[in-house]
Write a protein that binds this ligand. Sequence first.
Ligand code: GLN
Length: 560
Amino acid sequence: MKKPDPKYIFVVGGVISGVGKGIAASSIGRILEDRGLAVSAIKIDAYINVDAGTMNPTEHGEVFVLGDGDETDQDMGNYERFLNKDLTRTNYMTTGRVYASVIERERNLGYGGRCVQVVPHIPLEIISRIKKARKNAKADVVVIEIGGTVGEYENVLFLEAARMMKIESPQDVAFVMVSYLPVPSKVGEMKTKPTQHAVRALNASGIQPDVVLARSDSPLDEKRKEKISFFCNLSKGRIISAPDVESVYDIPANFEKEKLSDLLCSILDLKAPKKKSSSALAWKKFVRSVHRSKKPLKIAVVGKYFETGDFVLSDSYLSVIEAVKYSAFAEGRKPELVWLNSVDFEKSPAKLKSLSSYDGIIVPGGFGSRGVEGKLKVIQYAREHKIPYFGLCYGMQLLVIEYARNVLGLKDANTREVNPNAKNIIIDVMENQKERIAKKQMGNTMRLGAFPDVLKEGSVAARAYASLDSKAPRSARRIFERHRHRYEVNNAYIPALERAGLVFSGKSPDGMLAEIAELPAREHPFFLGTQFHPEFLARPLSPHPLFTAFIKAAVKKKKQ
Ligand code: GLN
């Protein structure tokens, strides 16, 4: 039987951003994947930046790193987590990227002497990228999220590309608008007018939505559905109520209560009978564990946060938060993450005592010198008071520096990033980076993406990873993890650090790069740091083994 043509679902935003368009797109992917379809997802960001790598995470949210090293938007993390699959750089697109390739092609005579114009050449480039991503992923359906909201100037060419795809094959393209219905406090009634305007703005781009996902605090009543239906030219069945829920992982099931996957399949003429795939069952089990996990676990995350507020913080460290959750839920615990400003520990060291009330401490990735001394004090406290400690990237580098200072006695031990004049540079820049840094070429110059590591037998790390697959103890010793850093442990100090008791339990296969540092289990309940970012590979259906080992140690501490 001939395979049906590939299908494309564009997800666009109406009214306001920040109402969960990324999670909606991910959930649409999930419910279609549950029906046995091969789904892939694309994020379009309309900014000029070629990637998210040079952006401040407190401004844009977390920079999510893909296996191939692409530095992307945090929604790519949502897609990977909900779809439980790896995506590649073809799944991510920005205005900068699209223009860069059109201009490069023009310079190389790729347009055969024609006048190269914004329309149609930019939309055509967008379309060719979407189709290429579909082909690479061998997907039956691609969900394409266009960042921002309709009516914004910078989205116009992406909407134009989508419109052109719809004209080309109407039965293969669907539009979902994620809208927002406010309930003004003085009025006390849910208002549909902003949604009506948003649909008209989309109409002005030549696009009629096929489905409106109505985000709001509470479910939509029949009256609101009727109004949107009447004013937006949509049958009532195409307006999906999407109220706030306790956990974002409930959203796919909520969509299905409104029969969204049936609706999309009928719009796109997709024959995908409802049979529960094994991943659908696993997802259900995971969601149950989210609700069943009630016993709290208190985890401190120590960083250099200033004036940013909790909201921004949780966006900047989304993958870390999610990774903690998956491992905690698997242990039946509900994690309570508390953000601590490392600078506070510099100003009043007496505050360190308060750390004993936490079941575990994380120092996540970071850059620059602000707050570093405070983090070092926290790490020392965690080591000396046997509080489970997990260092991610910068958190690992600082673990090594703390050990060098306080156990080896190298008082001025530091990283070149903070003090290039220190006598003992324990964390140093990689040779091939020196020249680039001198030229201020900071974009896309870090060590990025998945690289292999070899684990030391019997170590805390090796035992954690072996739990992934007990039948494959040998192959489990080689792992692939995602990186994003510029500096490395200076090999000249490794013998002395090892003699002083620190174990380098993960190294690059050539032995040149130290990737995991830990204290043996007999010395500390859990004191481990990774040069890579394990959080990027933590998924609801496969919690990360190192996070799980950390959480297990935290549960143990709590019990004591
Ligand atoms: N600033 C450190 C480096 O560049 C750590 C980076 C990180 O934590 N992602 O190596």
